[in-house]
Ligand binder design. Structure first.
Ligand SMILES: O=c1[nH]c(=O)c2ncn([C@@H]3O[C@H](COP(=O)(O)OP(=O)(O)OP(=O)(O)O)[C@@H](O)[C@H]3O)c2[nH]1
Ligand SMILES: [Mg+2]
Length: 171
């Protein structure tokens, strides 16, 4: 089984590799930085889903893999504050387009204020924590859940939702 991954972000790549290696004996991965055709900081569920779908389609197009996977992080406003959201998409060569959503938590006001001013969460998290590359490690979700749920484990669940739906639909 050959999987095209529409990112080189290790938090996302490791989540995808863990899920597929658990399910398939023979599996190969191709990881490519892939255009999402949405803003660097998606601001709605819809835009985040679009980013995930575009990555999945674009990465499948430029490889000979069986399926393409796109994972996209974003935020979405609610009456209860701004939530970090993460969405995934899996597409195959038979025209199946599968979507799955990840856990979400409210962001502190000092972060959401900056996002509304047009900043991107990744760099914001580095500023906020005085560390670098949070987006490639535990992520904002990891910081604000005291490490209990990292970005990788959150995306691992999303990839299980994608693969499970795909297996059900193509069995
Ligand atoms: O530290 C984080 N923890 C999170 O839980 C999270 N969710 C979203 N984002 C940020 O939202 C923007 C688009 O997300 P994103 O899917 O483009 O991610 P990314 O840029 O880190 O990876 P990639 O584009 O190389 O695949 C990027 O600034 C991400 O950093 C997060 N950052
Ligand atoms: Mg990005």
């Amino acid at each position: 089984m050959k999987i095209a991954i529409g990112t080189t972000n290790p938090a996302k790549v490791q989540a995808i590799q863990k899920v597929f290696e658990e399910q398939y004996k023979e599996v190969q991965f191709q990881c490519l930085k892939t255009e999402s055709h949405v803003s660097e900081q998606p601001m709605t569920d819809q835009e985040t889903i679009e980013g995930a779908l575009n990555r999945a389609k674009n990465v499948l197009k430029v490889t000979d893999c069986d399926v393409g996977i796109g994972l996209e992080g974003g935020v979405s406003e609610s009456l209860y504050g701004m939530f970090v959201c993460n969405w995934g998409a899996l597409v195959d060569r038979q025209g199946n387009e599968i979507i799955g959503g990840g856990a979400r938590i409210a962001l502190p006001n000092e972060i959401s204020r900056e996002l509304k001013a047009g900043k991107e969460l990744g760099p914001l998290m580095d500023e906020y924590t005085q560390r670098t590359g949070i987006r490639k490690k535990e992520g904002a979700v990891g910081i604000f859940t005291n490490g209990l749920v990292t970005r990788e484990t959150m995306f691992l669940h999303v990839v299980q939702l994608l693969l499970g739906q795909w297996q059900y639909r193509t069995k």
